[in-house]
Design a protein around this ligand. Structure first.
Ligand code: IFM
Length: 461
């Protein structure tokens, strides 16, 4: 096994963070298809990402998640790296088709055993397991029956949630049902950028409603089994490009789709009017659905990366009624995403203003950035831009807390460099560098910075 010495690093110009308090959870996050590999091991069935990534032209450089970080065979080393950060919690996801190869029949015992042992390995290292049940890797067999466009998938998801909770629930306190249902609907069903690769534009909306229904049904199954339930949404503060009515309207539509679609029904039991009308037109809302979706949450997961600037389209005939504009005058990540830590403060304070007492405690379930992160001649990776990014965003979280928002935890995306969906292995988000030829793990400077910050927080409380 590789050992990881902790050399002295220049951590850039950041100073100690303000105190977040003894109960604040420090974590990192990963997802099954992005790290596990072992795509055909021990009875795992294919997921939509196995199918999609093998279709020519879908993924940059033809990459697939067949091997990824080979975490399936290296989980001991990876969890030791997580523990070396001094984390309280480790967010990971469960591959549905490893547990139920066809998404609906009896469990695959080897699949459940893997996660059972993974949870034990976390507990041995004092890491609280924070699983996500669905991080976009739908069993292909369910996609063959319509995927999330088919209402039945919501019921299959609740059965799968119950099955996993029956096995792991004695050791898992909190469950995240879905990861970023907006991104899954928009990229997977509306725009064809992600699996399953449909380009349905507004006809993708049922995939949003059915995911929410699956969340609500799974929440009931998990609660019955004594679990606490969260949902992890990708959220962005949205600004109009000008005060012109057309830009204001475009920004409002974008905010409704990206943020309110997956928050309003969960927190208030109602869809925004625009969505209620579009979903009703498509006949997808059944009696009782909204009550199921509005099941009480123990916490809301927020994944934040960047704000969004929106204008009305110049061509009114284009399929989408908004255009996303570049944000200039700020640094950009390797993905060319604008780095705007104050957007996180604005988002959190804005959520509290919008949802008031309906807003449950918030966990930042993802925040992070990709950079090229070259390995230098001395073998080290001095990712000072990532340190600056994390430092700035943690200070923004602290500002929001000081303004009264109840934020209970922060998870860096990601522990490891991994398979970044349509961009394959070209975007590195990890605190730990992965050489995808040799599988060598090397902690970056940001890993040591994060470990030091967590240590300092503990020493100060
Ligand atoms: O890698 C993804 C993750 O799977 C979901 N949230 C955004 C990350 C970076 O794109």
């Amino acid at each position: 096994m590789t050992t990881h010495a902790l050399p002295e690093f220049d951590h850039g110009s950041t100073s100690a963070l303000p105190a977040f308090g003894a109960d604040f959870l420090w974590g990192t996050a990963t997802a099954a298809y992005q790290i596990e590999g072992a795509a055909e091991a021990d009875g795992r069935g294919p997921s939509i990402w196995d199918t999609f990534s093998h279709q020519p032209g879908r993924i940059l450089e033809g990459h697939t998640g067949d091997v990824a970080c080979d975490h399936y065979h290296r989980s001991d080393e990876d969890l030791t790296l997580a523990a070396g950060l001094g984390l309280d919690a480790y967010r990971f996801s469960i591959s549905w088709s490893r547990v139920q190869p066809d998404g609906q029949s009896a469990a695959n015992p080897a699949g459940l055993d893997f996660y059972d042992q993974l949870v034990d390995r976390m507990l041995e290292r004092n890491l609280s397991p924070f699983p996500t049940l669905f991080h976009w890797d739908l069993p292909q067999a369910l996609e063959d029956r319509g995927g999330w466009l088919n209402r039945d998938t919501a019921y299959r998801f609740a059965d799968y949630a119950a099955l996993v909770a029956d096995r792991l629930g004695d050791r898992v306190p909190r469950w995240i049902t879905l990861n970023e249902p907006f991104i899954h609907m928009a990229f997977g069903y509306a725009l064809g950028i992600h699996a399953p690769g449909h380009s349905l534009y507004f006809d993708a909306l049922p995939a949003g409603h059915h995911q929410l229904l699956g969340h609500g049904l799974a929440a009931a199954a998990l609660t019955e089994r004594g679990g606490q339930v969260l949902l992890a949404n990708n959220c962005t503060p949205v600004s109009p490009a000008s005060d012109q009515p057309a830009d204001l309207a475009a920004a409002d539509v974008y905010d409704t789709l990206h943020n309110r679609f997956f928050l309003d029904p969960v927190l208030t039991g109602r869809y925004p009017d625009l969505l209620q009308d579009m979903l009703a037109e498509r006949g997808v809302i059944h009696d009782g659905d909204l009550a199921t979706i509005a099941a009480p949450l123990a916490g809301l997961g927020i994944n934040y990366y960047t704000p969004t600037l929106v204008s009305a389209p110049e061509d009114p005939h284009q399929p989408l009624p908004f255009v996303q504009l570049p944000i200039d005058g700020v640094p950009h990540t390797g993905f060319d995403w604008p780095v705007v830590p104050s957007g996180l403060r604005d988002l959190l304070v804005g959520l509290r203003e919008r949802y008031g007492t309906n807003l449950p405690p918030i966990y930042l379930t993802e925040n992070g950035c990709s950079y090229p992160d070259p390995v230098q001649a001395d073998g080290q990776i001095r990712d000072h831009e990532r340190i600056t990014f994390l430092d700035g965003h943690l200070r923004a979280v602290h500002e929001a807390i000081a303004e009264g928002v109840d934020v209970r935890g922060y998870f860096v995306w990601s522990l490891l460099d991994n398979f970044e969906w349509a961009h394959g292995y070209t975007q590195r988000f990890g605190l730990v560098h992965v050489d995808f030829d040799t599988q060598l793990r090397t902690p970056k400077a940001s890993y040591h910075w994060y470990a030091n910050q967590i240590r300092a927080q503990r020493a100060g409380v």
